[in-house]
Design a protein around this ligand. Sequence first.
Ligand code: SF4
Length: 224
Amino acid sequence: MKKNLEKLNKKIIKCNNCKRLVNFRKKISLKKRKMYENQKYWGKPITGFGDINGKILFVGLAPAAHGGTRTGRVFTGDKSSDFLYKCLYKAKISNQSNSEHVNDGLKLNNAFITTALKCVPPGDKPLKKELYSCFNFFKQEINLLKNLKVVVALGKIAFDACIDFYKINHNFSKKVKFGHSLIYNLPNNILLVGCYHPSPRNVNTGRINEKKMTLLFKKVLKLI
Ligand code: SF4
């Protein structure tokens, strides 16, 4: 399984299929954010991370411009990942409460984390055709997760992307609505859990806090 994942990751990293996104990730990596101007940005598509034998899959929409696209690991090196990993650690899903760079020792327990789209899109808004092309990789990741029981969608846009994915690949036709902590049945006995995105905006407006997020992650653990 690990070898298959490595093979898939090699393909993802080399992908240049979506010209608009290839140009955008290059632009971000050259322009850089002032505070990271001395760092070399990863600047390529982002692969999934964690335990491929895990039962839980966390899904974001796409890598962040100065998080994953800079560090080369999904949900790493930005404020959303700081908050996410504080909560994952409290729920005992990760071995540490920080996700800063690829060599920081981070491990996930029984969980894998990825994005539906592997390249950062301008304005965090991919075109449907970009998302649908990248579903090819998302599908291969899901197929490798043989023990998958629960998909946790991080944010409404990631939730909608997961629904789109299941509609296209599994003739899923149920009407579903995003809500934090709402649970739906997906094909193949998989559950889909809606979860607010761990973004600074959601944290600062009080929509989400550590207690609420950790509680949801503990609820997810009870589902597996
Ligand atoms: S979004 Fe996906 S399909 Fe498009 S270039 Fe990036 S990795 Fe390739």
